[in-house]
Design a protein around this ligand. Structure first.
Ligand code: AMP
Ligand code: MG
Length: 440
């Protein structure tokens, strides 16, 4: 159902300004193909990092910090005990042994969170718990394990030295120290540090809101009955939505639209309001019903091209609507859609989030079997990376080459990259892979 009805005949026609064109596209090779890296950099060059905003710590996990963090406190904030035991002066117990323990009167007890009522006098001990502040004059802790755990008097069976089991003020972090810098990504360890120095909110770049939809009149939502044997379940919108979520995005899965221009135009126009990035699958190839390719130029500035890669050759990009919202249009075969996500969409999501590096790191792996490429196009085969007996990474193919093989894709944990000028990687030779379970 369109949101707005048709205009009355007598209303003057609104003539929209033609949208500003996209940046000049990269060069193509003799076959009219762009390199994967050129196309990726072209897209990265046309999206901007999202502006920063304040977030509570737990909502900032995985996000990129947009401020320098200077510690307001030292860590530890005061000298304190590293063990449950007794605070002593080391010289008082220098002669202690199993046979001839030193016996000291216990003159107090200091739990964590409280200070001793008075300084320690020579020749006495105070019971002290882990994290409790060291009493003045004490210079070492004797752990329970070296004593009889006495309450009024304590027998100490081992000597100690000054500073033993004492955590010193500022030995970890000093007040005034720069602990995190703008651009750092907030992993759980850094979230812990922020809390430790007393921060509850930080300035970060937000999760991009990614709207995902699949096109194709043959598609049916999983959970419904297939109306005919010619229909298939829509896997791409789930695959892409899950991948975008794993990359850190906030995802709105709109689901599917048929190959109907009016419907596509309407749904995409309606979704622009909540999207930092639009992501569609299907309808960008050379078919007769490639609706995305037909409709999107009406809604913004678009670029449809062929990339020298296999799978994922047809690609679309656009800056859509008044806000010039970025849109990436990937082909419909599920493996093509996924490889396109890895090659182009994930880097763009990371740029919007300000998370570097934008691209995956390629790891070298030994090919267990020969791996053939597609001469003239960078080939992304699905691989299974394991460790050999020496702990070195090795890779074998996880199934066949077809870009419809989502079962094989699910069995893989890597994309094996055969460069465009290589016909085959012989068994035993090294090859680059992207490890798909590696989230950095
Ligand atoms: P297209 O890019 O629209 O020409 O689609 C290429 C192939 O991918 C066709 O076999 C489609 O049926 C299939 N396909 C397209 N979209 C999806 C989807 N969302 N889920 C599963 N398969 C799809
Ligand atoms: Mg289609």
């Amino acid at each position: 159902m369109p949101l707005f009805g048709r205009k009355r005949k007598d209303e003057p026609e609104f003539v929209a300004e033609p949208p500003a064109p996209l940046a000049d596209p990269p060069q193509v090779d003799e076959n009219g193909l762009r390199s994967m890296a050129d196309h990726r950099d072209y897209l990265l060059g046309q999206v901007e990092e999202l502006p920063p905003f304040g977030q509570q710590l737990l909502d900032a996990v995985g996000l990129s910090l947009c401020e320098d963090i200077v510690a307001a406190v030292s860590l530890p904030g005061f000298d304190n005990s590293a063990m449950d035991g007794y605070a002593v002066m080391a010289e008082d117990v220098a002669a202690a042994s199993e046979d001839r323990p030193v016996i000291l009167p216990v003159v107090g007890e200091i739990p964590a969170g409280q200070a001793a009522r008075h300084p320690l006098s020579p020749g006495t001990a105070m019971k002290i718990m882990t994290g409790a502040p060291l009493p003045d004059q004490a210079d070492a802790i004797v752990p329970y394990e070296s004593t009889d755990r006495g309450a009024d008097d304590v027998k100490i069976f081992q000597p100690t030295e000054r500073g033993r089991h004492v955590r010193r003020t500022g030995e970890d972090v000093s007040a005034g120290e720069l602990v995190l810098a703008s651009g750092d990504r907030l992993d759980p360890r850094r979230i812990g540090l922020l809390a430790a120095v007393g921060k509850d909110k930080v300035l970060v770049r937000p999760r991009p809101r990614v709207v995902v939809l699949a096109t194709g009149s043959e598609l049916v939502d999983p959970g419904l009955e297939l109306p005919s044997p010619q229909h298939i379940f829509d896997s791409n919108s789930f695959l892409l939505a899950a991948a975008a979520k794993a990359a850190g995005a906030q995802v709105f899965r709109v689901g599917l639209v048929g190959d109907d221009p009016a419907q596509v135009r309407q749904v995409i126009s309606d979704q622009l309001i909540r999207a930092d990035l639009l992501l569609t699958s299907g309808g960008v190839s050379q078919g007769d019903h490639d609706v995305i390719k037909d409709v999107m130029p009406e809604l913004g500035s678009t670029d449809f091209c062929q990339v020298a890669m296999q799978p994922g050759k047809p690609q679309g990009f656009g800056l859509i609507g008044d806000d010039r919202t970025p849109m990436i249009m990937v082909p419909g075969n599920p493996v093509s859609a996924f490889v396109s996500f890895e090659a182009f969409v994930r880097p763009v999501i990371r740029k919007l989030m300000g998370v570097t590096p934008y691209t995956r790191t390629a790891f070298r792996c030994r090919a267990r079997t020969a791996i053939s490429g597609t001469f003239g196009r960078m080939n992304f085969a699905r691989g299974l990376v394991t460790l050999d007996t020496d702990g070195e990474r090795q890779v074998e193919l996880a199934g066949g080459h077809g870009s419809h093989l989502i079962g094989d894709l699910s069995r893989s944990n890597a994309l094996v990259i055969v460069p465009r000028d290589v016909e085959v990687i012989p068994a035993g030779h090294e090859v680059d892979v992207w490890l798909l379970d590696d989230d950095d």
